[in-house]
Design a protein around this ligand. Structure first.
Ligand code: UDP
Length: 325
């Protein structure tokens, strides 16, 4: 049986990846330090003989006994509010953590796929974003700790490929949503759904004309799975090109949840990208991949998940914003 190490295993994407690889017949080793991850996301896997879990911080030396065939590096805070709260950890997991995992991949002769992000494009001046675009990032802005760590991560990954011959893959993940997102991570999908379910007004930052393009988690996982087993070493965008303004998205959530609440406007966070839409031509060409779940269907499934929380749990997870986190 093939063995795969998945870092960030207790997080949103990491836990879905653990599920997928267990389903495909792999031995999965999940690793997480649980700063932003939650064991609830993987507790159903503990009964499987094919799953092991290490509570470990990958910025410290990573040791995994036995053979390893693949590594997926998905450990990282991934929400703007988390970058503000734990900026140093965000920088370290993308840089030192990646270095440790590349070293492990080299030692074990394992193929490694690292999770990069559309944030490497910053507040993009090219639209939609193709992989050839170098980006527009403010190194010292609030998102700089994430963006620059991920940019460094891509560089060191290519360096390990070029100089040490390590088999590497790089996915640039665009906004992804679905069950197991953290209710209070501040991101717009759980934020709006949480507000609607608590009976609060939905907070739009800025004028709401900024755009995002939301990809359902199952589509994202399928793209990552195909990339790992492809022979393509350059970055590949994985996301859903269906672009929407945040204002229209708020209206969709109001309709979907049937809430009586309205929208209210708050200040736009510093360096919040105005437009974001992946160009997925490369993923189509090299992976034969494109998303198949539309927003209506994906949001319905996501709402079902959040409806599973009691009113008490919902109230405890009050919305965090940039002034009140
Ligand atoms: N946003 C918003 N209200 C919220 C949370 C987020 O209007 O309560 C906006 C945010 O300013 C951004 C967009 O929604 O323009 C997506 O934010 P998110 O934090 O989900 O992701 P990112 O900015 O990293 O794409």
């Amino acid at each position: 049986m093939k063995r795969i190490l998945i870092t960030g295993a207790a997080g949103f994407l990491g836990s879905h990846l653990c599920d997928r690889f267990i389903k495909e017949g792999f031995k999965v080793i999940g690793m997480d330090n649980l700063i932003t991850g939650d064991l609830k996301n993987i507790e159903h896997l503990f009964k499987s003989e094919d799953f092991e879990f290490y509570n470990h911080d990958v910025t410290k030396f990573v040791h995994v006994p036995g053979k390893l065939d693949y590594i997926l590096h998905f450990a990282s805070p991934a929400s703007p509010i988390d970058y503000l709260k734990i900026p140093i950890q965000t920088l370290k997991v993308g840089s030192l953590g990646t270095h440790n995992l590349l070293g492990l991949a080299k030692e074990k002769n394992a193929r490694i796929l690292i999770a990069s992000t559309s944030e490497v494009y910053g507040d993009p001046l090219v639209h939609p974003q193709t992989e050839d675009y170098y980006g527009n990032v403010n190194t010292i802005g609030p998102r700089g700790v994430y963006d620059e760590a991920k940019r460094f991560q891509e560089s060191i990954t290519m360096a390990y490929h070029t100089y040490h011959g390590v088999e590497t893959r790089i996915v640039r993940i665009f906004n992804t949503y679905g069950p197991r997102m953290r209710l209070n991570d501040g991101r717009v999908v759980p934020a709006f759904i949480g507000q609607a379910l608590r009976g609060e007004d939905l907070t739009i930052f800025g004028d709401g004309l900024q755009t995002r393009s939301f990809c359902y988690v199952d589509d994202q996982v399928e793209g990552i799975y195909r990339l790992l087993f492809s022979d393509y070493i350059y970055p590949v965008n994985i996301g859903n090109p269906d672009e929407i303004t945040i204002k229209d998205f708020a209206e969709e959530i109001i309709k979907l949840t049937g809430t009586e609440q309205k929208v209210i406007y708050k200040d736009l966070p510093v360096n919040d990208p105005l437009q974001r839409q992946p160009d997925i031509s490369r993923a189509k060409e090299v992976l034969g991949w494109e998303p198949v779940v539309d927003r209506a269907e994906g949001m319905k499934k996501t709402l079902e998940y959040f409806k599973g929380f009691s009113q008490e749990e919902l109230q405890k997870s009050e919305h965090r914003d940039f002034l009140n986190n």
